[in-house]
Design a protein around this ligand. Structure first.
Ligand code: PEP
Ligand code: MN
Length: 344
C-alpha cells in the first residue's frame, strides 16, 4: 500500500483478496502497510494483480515466491546504502572495518585503531562481549571494553562495530556501538533479532556457520519486519568437512546475495579462514566479487592475542594490503580508501 493509505483502503483490498480466495495477512510497518496474500488460485493470479493495481491506496502488486519479503531484491530496485554517519556502506566505496578480535587493553586497542585509521579503515571492530565455544575462555571486558572502543573511535575518527550477545544487553551495546554485530552463533536467536528490529541503528548480521542463504535472509527478515532495514549481511565462512581452514569462506554467497537482496554484503575473511596468511588474499577476492565491506582482525602482536591470534594480521600486513585492495576496487569501478585522506 502507498504510504499514508487509509485503514479503509487497506480493508477494501483485504476484503477483495479474501473474496478471491486468498489468506490475507497485513503487516503494519512504520511507513507502509504490506498486505500479504497467500494460497489463492494459481491461474487467476495475474488477473487478480491487475485488478488490485487499480485500487486507490495500492502502490504495487509484487509476486512473492520467496519466503522473505522486506529484504528481497524484488522489494526494492536500488541497492540499500547504510549510512553510519558520513560512512556509507553499499555505495560505490568499499568500506574497511578493522581492529582486534577482542578489546584487551587501552594500549592494544588504541595502537590498532590509530594504524588502521591511517591506512583507510572507516570502522573499528572489537568485541567487548565475546562468544566462546568454551565456558572457561575469556569472555571480554564488557562495559570497560565498550568505553575503550568509544574513546578510540573518537580519537581516530572511526565508527564502531561490536557484538551484542544477549537480548538484555541490546540497549547497553547500542549506546556505544554505531553498528551492532549479531554473531554467527546468534543468527537464529529470534529474540535478539526482534529486539534489534526495534532499533533504528545499523545491524551487522553474521551468517550462521551452518545457515543456508535462505535461512540467513529469513533471519535478516526478522530484523527488517520489525521496522529496521539498516542491515548489513556478513559472510564469515561456513562449516564444511575441510579442517585446514577454520571455516570455508563462501565467496559465491556475495554475488548470490547481491542478486537475492538489496542489502549490502560484508566479508569477514578472518573467521572465514582462521589463518592469518589467507586473510589478505581472501580480502582481495572478496573485493573482486563485489563485497561492500570487509571485516578484518588486526592485532599489534597477534602471537600474544587473547583470542583469534592465528587469524589476526599484523599492522604491517594490513598496511601492505590496503593499496592492493584499492587497486582491485578501482579495477571494478569502485573506490576504497587506503590512507587517511578524505574520501573523494
Ligand atoms: C568475531 O567477529 O570475532 C566473531 C566472534 O565472529 P563470528 O560470530 O562470525 O564467529
Ligand atoms: Mn574473532
Amino acid at each position: 500500500m502507498k504510504s499514508g493509505s487509509s485503514p479503509q483502503e487497506v480493508q477494501e483490498v483485504s476484503d477483495r483478496l479474501s473474496e478471491l480466495g486468498y489468506m490475507v495477512n497485513p503487516i503494519f510497518g512504520v511507513e507502509k502497510t504490506v498486505i500479504g496474500a497467500v494460497g489463492g488460485p494459481e491461474l487467476d493470479k495475474i488477473e487478480a494483480a491487475d485488478q488490485l493495481k487499480a485500487y486507490t491506496g495500492v502502490e504495487d502488486v509484487i509476486f512473492i515466491t520467496k519466503p522473505y519479503k522486506f529484504v528481497a531484491r524484488e522489494s526494492r530496485k536500488a541497492n540499500t546504502v547504510i549510512e553510519v554517519g558520513e560512512v556509507k556502506i553499499g555505495g560505490p566505496e568499499v568500506v574497511m572495518m578493522a581492529g582486534p578480535c577482542t578489546v584487551e587493553s587501552e594500549e592494544q586497542l588504541f595502537k590498532t585503531a590509530e594504524a588502521v585509521a591511517a591506512s583507510g579503515a572507516k570502522v573499528l571492530r572489537g568485541g567487548a562481549y565475546k562468544p566462546s565455544t568454551s565456558p572457561y575462555s575469556f569472555h571480554g571486558m564488557g562495559v570497560a571494553g565498550l568505553e575503550l572502543l568509544r574513546e578510540a573511535a573518537r580519537r581516530f575518527h572511526l565508527k564502531i562495530v561490536t557484538e551484542v550477545m544477549h537480548v538484555r544487553k541490546v540497549d547497553e551495546v547500542a549506546e556505544y556501538a554505531d553498528i551492532l554485530q549479531i554473531g554467527t552463533r546468534n543468527m537464529q536467536n529470534y529474540e535478539i533479532l526482534r529486539e534489534v528490529g526495534q532499533l533504528r541503528k545499523p545491524v551487522m548480521l553474521k551468517r550462521g556457520m551452518t545457515a543456508k542463504l535462505e535461512e540467513f535472509l529469513l533471519a535478516a527478515e526478522y530484523i527488517a519486519s520489525g521496522g529496521n532495514e539498516n542491515i548489513l549481511l556478513c559472510e564469515r565462512g561456513i562449516r564444511t568437512f575441510e579442517p585446514y581452514t577454520r571455516n570455508t569462506l563462501d565467496l559465491s554467497a556475495v554475488p548470490a546475495l547481491r542478486s537475492l537482496t538489496h542489502l549490502p554484503v560484508v566479508v569477514d575473511p578472518s573467521q572465514g579462514t582462521g589463518r592469518r596468511e589467507l586473510v589478505p588474499p581472501m580480502c582481495k577476492a572478496a573485493v573482486a566479487v563485489g563485497a561492500d565491506g570487509l571485516l578484518v582482525e588486526v592485532h599489534p602482536n597477534p602471537d600474544h592475542a587473547i583470542k583469534d591470534g592465528a587469524q589476526s594480521i599484523t599492522i604491517s600486513a594490513f598496511q601492505e594490503m590496503m593499496p592492493e585492495l584499492r587497486a582491485i576496487a578501482g579495477a571494478i569501478g569502485r573506490s576504497m580508501q587506503s590512507d587517511a585522506s578524505p574520501v573523494g
